[in-house]
Design a protein around this ligand. Structure first.
Ligand SMILES: Cc1cc2nc3c(=O)[nH]c(=O)nc-3n(C[C@H](O)[C@H](O)[C@H](O)COP(=O)(O)O)c2cc1C
Length: 199
């Protein structure tokens, strides 16, 4: 399904066409090549002072880590995300070696997830970010170091038709138009917005 963004000027197709599906093809496994490509894309993301504070736990469908991550999702997310091919927990290092807080760690991890998402789309995969999970419970179940803060789970896989989703609410959300605030709301000053009309 195409859910292309409407924008004032033409965007790179991956940027325009990326979206967050909930219907994933249950029968698709994530290959080692694709998984490595996604993690490499994240690895090469920029970060403050090249600090690279992101840390990942990767669960692939059928393995124990996938089950642990899946079981931590709130029911409204678990119902669709457990059909994905991989669930990746993104966490960040909270402190530098000298004990001072890494104040940009979440921003850095967001950038890395963004590049991972672009690489996924390029490979014919889709990523849906999930904040709705039991953060403390998952950290405990994975025995995560206390110095790590859990941020999101990334559900990754091949998109499937909307009508395979298990209930009508999800089916409707899947086909709903993607919306955004207009640029004039988010750019406070300095952009030539009036020259363009939405296409
Ligand atoms: C940090 C973060 C947390 C999110 N948490 C959830 C979630 O718990 N459940 C869900 O269905 N979608 C979640 N989303 C997905 C957003 O709802 C989605 O990206 C947004 O509605 C825009 O849709 P689009 O990505 O298709 O353009 C999350 C996205 C982000 C970035």
């Amino acid at each position: 399904m195409e859910k292309s963004a409407s924008s004032l000027v033409e965007l790179h197709p991956i940027v325009a066409q990326r979206w967050s599906p909930r219907s994933f093809d249950e029968g698709v496994a994530l290959s080692d090549e694709d998984l490595t490509g996604l993690l490499e894309a994240a690895r090469w993301s920029p970060s403050a002072g090249n600090g690279q504070p992101w840390r990942y736990v990767v669960g692939r469908k059928g393995d124990a880590l996938f089950h642990r991550i899946s079981n931590s999702l709130v029911p409204a997310n678990k119902i669709w995300a457990e059909k994905s091919s991989a669930l990746i927990l993104v966490s960040v290092l909270k402190y530098r070696d000298d004990g001072t807080p890494r104040t940009t760690a979440q921003y850095d991890a967001g950038l890395a997830s963004s590049l991972l998402t672009v690489e996924a789309h390029h490979r014919g995969l889709a990523v849906h970010q999930i904040g709705g999970f039991d953060h403390d419970g998952l950290a405990k179940s994975l025995n995560l170091d206390e110095g790590l803060q859990t941020i999101v789970v990334l559900a990754i896989g091949k998109t499937a038709p909307a009508d395979l989703l298990p209930n009508e609410t999800l089916r409707q959300r899947e086909v709903a138009e993607r919306t955004r605030l207009p640029l004039s709301d988010i750019v406070l000053a300095g952009a030539p917005l009036a020259e363009f009309s939405v296409n």
